[in-house]
Design a protein around this ligand. Structure first.
Ligand code: THU
Length: 129
């Protein structure tokens, strides 16, 4: 899939966001090493801390379908600044693919790209256990 197509999928997922509390939609499109693509949106809950971010929704879908190696993720938000993944999502993705590419979009659909490792230096992983 091209980056443009992956971006389109992430943007489309903004419509699926379940956000009655924050009204802050996030969409994600995760591409696995084998080319499989899983999408996600944020899913909030009246017990606020149960909220799932878009990135983790996509990753859980991928892993539960047997895909544990990720190539890149596009994260779409509607804010002026780029929509960066939260700390919990960085750690969650790092478990599977620390060198994956993270592509963050802003409202204008401009992209800022970086590796997950750059977003999370000295990350914790199974080698410490
Ligand atoms: N959110 C995401 O979905 N991904 C992020 O990386 C940042 C935060 C969601 C969680 C919540 O539903 C809303 O954005 C406001 O925090």
């Amino acid at each position: 899939m091209t980056e443009r197509e992956l971006t389109q999928k992430a943007v489309e997922m903004l419509e699926r966001a379940y956000i009655p509390y924050s009204h802050f939609p996030v969409g994600a499109a995760l591409e696995c090493e084998d080319g499989a693509v899983y999408t996600g949106c944020n899913i909030e809950n009246s017990s606020y801390s149960l909220t799932l971010c878009a990135e983790r929704t996509a990753a859980v879908k991928a892993v539960s379908e047997g895909h544990t190696k990720f190539r890149r993720i596009v994260i779409a938000g509607n804010s002026e600044d780029f929509c960066y993944p939260c700390g919990a999502c960085r750690q969650f993705l790092y478990e599977f693919s620390p060198d994956m590419e993270v592509i963050c979009l802003n409202r204008a659909r401009e992209a800022r790209k970086m590796t997950l490792r750059a977003l999370m230096p000295c990350g914790f992983d199974s080698t410490f256990l």
